[in-house]
Design a protein around this ligand. Sequence first.
Ligand code: SF4
Length: 165
Amino acid sequence: MNIKDYLECESLLLKMFKNLDFCFKSCSTTNKHGFMSLCTDNSNYYDIYMDKDTVGEVSKEFIAERVSIYGKPVNQTPKCGYLGEKGCRLETHRGPMCTGFACYPLEAHLRFVYFINYDTDEMIQSLSNVLTGKMTGKDLNNFKKELKLWVEKTEKKTKVLECVV
Ligand code: SF4
């Protein structure tokens, strides 16, 4: 069980996505509130990868922490119960699916503009492994290092791009 490290990785990924600001600026298919298509889907993505046998007690503790901070999801089917007017209400404690998801255009943007090889499926699995405590020690340190590097890269390059435009 490794909620603390998961939250650190989640925070780094959110920083990286914030640096890109891709959904607001570049996406023609999502609305302008910066949330993903999965947020309006009829599924509890915030709990996907968290309620399986492999996750067990972690999911209970993790979900309990989330509920104590943000409350229970409201029923607004088919929208996600944590989707607010300005996007996701969860600033932390999103599930691995919500934290790691990037659509194909975003993956391509990361690859061609920032030279970051981002694989959504791998990322979701890695986040799940961090949360469950399957990824530890050197592997966990390397994963965090890579995320930190991506935050730096996107921060620097976005500044350069802003100067050029
Ligand atoms: S928890 Fe947040 S990111 Fe995940 S589906 Fe709901 S609104 Fe979207």
